[in-house]
Ligand binder design. Structure first.
Ligand SMILES: Cc1ncc(COP(=O)(O)O)c(C=O)c1O
Length: 407
């Protein structure tokens, strides 16, 4: 037992000495004993001290079926008996083919090709480069589309292209000088409507603003990028009914590609497999990651329309190849688990069984409304944000200095 104690203390020491944690102020982190997760089962995480934690953020919105899910474990083990990794650059692999085929059967109609990578940021980065290059390769006279339109409060990841689309000052402002310019339009935020309107009485001024922007700049804009239904990292900001569909119609009308970043909202979080399905929307490009492998391994997919794919076809000398690919793109272990995860959605009728859980959550959230500092409760499916305020009447925000941020 003493050996175990020593081992844990040594791990804590090594964590503080060797590991730089993401999105973490390390000066504060180092003031406290680190929580070191050792195992997981179902909805719970267990640390080295044996404490159990309800994994309420699903290990950063990745875990779908619970930790240690037998079917996913089995798929992973079976694939390790065959091969752990081989490249997808110029050759293929069995799990990458099988998962692409299965995924295309599940995504909104009109999407026909899967381009793999390893994280949400790269899925978005790839979508940007595809939309950009597609227009660069368009017949002469149509090559003016080099810009992107994204939303205030957006979060699309941490690589430079994704950060350029982002609109959360706390994360993004530091890098302004490194980023490329994008057009930005205010995002729907009904609790603090940027247009001073009240939903549902308003006429979706947020959508009118998108229309105005596209009307003025569509000749330059290659694609509009949005998180459909919920801006997650911004604080679970919900889009009013009809907004997503309206954006789709505007993009089609103005000849601008619609890139739906479902990295956070995909794989059941909103109560349907994909958020776009709530409003019958098919984007031109769909970005997926996080829940794609059930929360097991880093995997991402940028799923595109045939039109976009065909824009890249040509002889090698025509230089239309999409020169992008990460070393672990389409990793066979990750794809094998992703197949098993999608199978579980069918076998366990997860979306159907989710509906009473969503209703249960809605019911239980009501008790928080009474609390002095709860200004707004926002829920879409299993995604919930509770906005804390200093004053409920005025909706004045809590000053940042009152936040007790440890990690
Ligand atoms: C909507 C959205 N897009 C992209 C990302 C980036 O994903 P990753 O952290 O896997 O790079 C995130 C991460 O939270 C996200 O919420």
């Amino acid at each position: 037992m003493a050996g175990r104690e020593e081992e844990i203390r040594a791990l804590e020491q090594a964590d503080l000495e060797c590991v730089w944690h993401p999105f973490t102020q390390m000066q504060i982190y180092r003031r406290e004993k680190p929580v070191i997760i050792e195992k997981g089962k179902g909805s719970y995480l267990y640390d080295t001290e044996g404490n159990a934690y309800l994994d309420g953020i699903s290990s950063l919105w990745t875990n779908v079926h619970g930790h240690g899910k037998a079917e996913l474990d089995a798929a992973l083990k079976a694939q390790t008996d065959l091969i752990a990794h081989s490249t997808l650059l110029g050759i293929s692999s069995v799990p990458a083919i099988r998962f692409a085929q299965k995924l295309l059967g599940a995504v909104p109609p009109g999407l026909t090709k899967v381009f793999y990578s390893d994280s949400g940021s790269t899925a978005v980065e790839i979508a940007l480069k595809m939309a950009f290059q597609y227009h660069r390769q368009a017949p002469k006279g149509k090559r003016t589309k080099k810009k992107f339109l994204s939303f205030v409060n957006a979060y699309h990841g941490d690589t430079i292209g994704s950060v350029s689309l982002g609109g959360i000052d706390l994360f993004h402002d530091m890098y302004r000088d490194l980023l490329f310019d994008t057009y930005k339009v205010a995002s729907p935020y009904c609790y603090r409507c940027p247009y001073g309107r009240e939903y549902p009485g308003c006429k979706l001024d947020c959508l009118l603003a998108v229309e105005k922007m596209l009307d003025e700049h569509h000749e330059e804009i290659a694609a509009l990028v949005l998180e459909p239904l919920v801006q997650g990292a911004a604080g679970m900001l919900l889009q009013p009914e009809g907004f997503l569909r309206g954006v789709r119609e505007l993009c089609s009308h103005y000849g601008v590609f619609m890139i739906a970043d479902e990295v956070a909202v995909g794989f059941g979080r909103t109560g349907k497999l994909f958020a776009c399905q709530h409003e019958g929307v098919s984007p031109d490009i769909l970005c997926l990651a996080k829940g794609i492998s059930g929360g097991y391994l880093p995997l991402a997919a940028t799923v595109t329309s045939e039109e976009i794919f065909e824009g890249f076809l040509g002889e090698f000398v025509e230089s239309k190849t999409f020169f992008h690919g990460h070393t672990y793109t389409g990793n066979p272990l990750a794809c094998a688990v992703a197949i098993a995860s999608l199978e579980l959605f069918e076998k366990e009728r997860i979306i159907e069984n989710l509906q009473p859980k969503i209703a249960f959550l809605t019911d239980k959230l009501e008790i928080f409304r009474e609390l002095k500092h709860v200004g707004d409760i926002r829920q879409r499916g299993m995604m919930v944000g509770i906005e804390l305020v200093a004053d409920k009447e005025t909706r004045e925000s809590l000053p940042v200095k009152t936040a007790r941020v440890t990690r």
